[in-house]
Design a protein around this ligand. Structure first.
Ligand SMILES: [Zn+2]
Ligand SMILES: [Zn+2]
Length: 445
């Protein structure tokens, strides 16, 4: 196995900055923040970008930070890292102020991105690049906190719940041709590094409100309209749709009841549900979403309750793509210290990420790593090996960026040439905006 001079230098820079990178990761791990409120994290990232002399833009989609190493070339590759954590107060390193934990490992993505920024800023490495490098800390990947996001939408600060969707909308990805992303392993593997992105489900999110009429539950139930009964029929009707979902579409529909009535001796007037509808393709997502709405409408119709359904565009599925040769090169250069494997393209991940939105618009080279125990999004999540969890992703990220950008950005151009653009930005925005246009016509009695 041979490692070229620049690869050696990149690996050396990572080793030399090991202390700084590990303390950066540890600090973020203890200070998780929720989506579109990652102010402390964003400020840290911006401070370090400036120290490196990167041209730095802040406040993109509220908290996004974009650092640019150069502008002189035609092709631009971005290393992305997600800023937000998830609500999981029981996890050992959750932020006591807000209960937000980095049990999805996004602090590692930021460390990988920052380490790559440090390595590629070195004058000798920079001189070997034939394309522009951008380092992009992006907000709000976890889709939650709908009330808060709604309030930002009403204030005109955002339009979409997902950070990448919002950044696409405001044009922050217009000058980027290829993205590189990292995540902790999301499928079972014995490898330290898995190259490539597994396909994922996309989803539509719903807020469902049944309105009936309150009356005394014992003296005059006939004078009321029971919104809980309407919701129960809606949920049952939804269950009867399941036989129409095809195995190959990986449909997952999972509703919760967020309000089921107010007092046991009053016929429930207001009952509320939230639901996510996921599937492997956009058409399967939209089909399952339509059937879900129809089922909820049946409940309202049967009981005579009023119904409003607000659909939010969630995320698009991550699409299948060949593993970039730049990733393979990066994998080769770390294979002396880590076991490196390729994703199994047959393995589909039923969860969702807004990286899926990007995969419809541009090539995305992704990889996953380990170094943790327990499960993502869980109280038992722990970092158990800091070398593997924090430093290995830095090396793979920096080396992948180098291999995409060296020799006149040959690696990036190769990906761009073979990319079957699935949606133009215009088509993507039309899909997203369709959800907002449909809202006016919804809500029947
Ligand atoms: Zn997550
Ligand atoms: Zn995540």
């Amino acid at each position: 196995m041979k490692v070229d001079k620049t690869e050696q230098l990149i690996l050396k820079i990572v080793e030399q900055n090991k202390g700084q990178l590990i303390s950066f990761a540890r600090d973020l791990y203890l200070h998780g923040e929720p989506g579109y409120r990652e102010f402390r994290t964003a400020a840290k990232v911006a401070g370090l970008f400036r120290e490196l002399g990167l041209e730095t833009e802040e406040g993109l989609a509220v908290t996004g930070v974009k650092g640019r190493l150069s502008r002189e070339h035609d092709v631009t590759v971005a290393a992305i890292g997600e800023l937000d954590g998830i609500k999981c107060p029981a996890q050992s390193h959750a932020n006591p102020e807000n209960g937000i934990s980095h049990a999805c490992g996004h602090h590692i993505q930021l460390t990988a991105m920052m380490g790559a920024a440090i390595a590629l800023s070195h004058p000798e490495v920079k001189a070997a690049l034939g394309g522009n490098a951008v380092f992009f800390a992006v907000p709000s990947e976890e889709f939650s906190d709908l009330d808060y996001k709604d309030s930002l939408m009403r204030q005109g600060k955002i339009r979409y719940g997902g950070g990448k969707a919002e950044l696409i909308r405001i044009g922050a990805f217009d000058d980027i041709n290829v993205c590189v992303n990292h995540h902790l392993h999301m499928v079972d593997t014995h490898h330290d590094v898995l190259l490539g992105n597994n396909t994922t489900n996309g989803f539509v999110c719903k807020v469902v409100k049944y309105t009936g009429k309150a009356s005394h539950a014992a003296i005059a139930p006939e004078k009321g309209i029971n919104a809980l009964n309407a919701a129960s029929i809606g949920l049952s009707a939804l269950a009867f749709q399941r036989e129409t979902f095809r195995d190959e579409d990986h449909v997952r529909v999972h509703p919760i009841m967020t309000r089921g009535g107010d007092m046991v001796n009053v016929i429930p007037q207001q009952v509320e549900l939230e639901a996510q509808v996921r599937a492997k393709t956009m058409s399967a997502m939209l089909d399952a979403s339509h059937k879900t709405n129809r089922a909820f409408e049946a409940g309202a119709h049967a009981i005579g309750a009023k119904l409003t359904i607000v659909d939010y565009p969630g995320y698009l599925p991550v699409l299948e793509a060949p593993v970039a040769s730049a990733l393979m090169e990066a994998g080769r250069a770390v294979s002396h210290e880590a076991s490196v494997g390729l994703i199994d393209p047959q393995v589909h991940n039923s969860a969702s990420t807004d990286v899926g939105d990007l995969t419809h618009l541009m090539p995305v080279a992704g990889f996953t790593t380990g170094g943790f125990s327990g499960s993502l999004h869980s109280a038992d999540f722990e970092i158990v090996d800091e070398e593997k969890a924090y430093l290995l992703p830095v090396k793979v990220m920096a080396l992948t960026m180098y291999h995409l950008l060296k020799d006149g950005a040959k690696g990036a151009l190769e990906l761009m040439d073979h990319f079957p653009q699935h949606l133009s930005k215009q088509e993507y925005l039309e899909y997203m905006e369709g959800f907002y246009q449909n809202r006016k016509s919804e809500g029947n009695g």
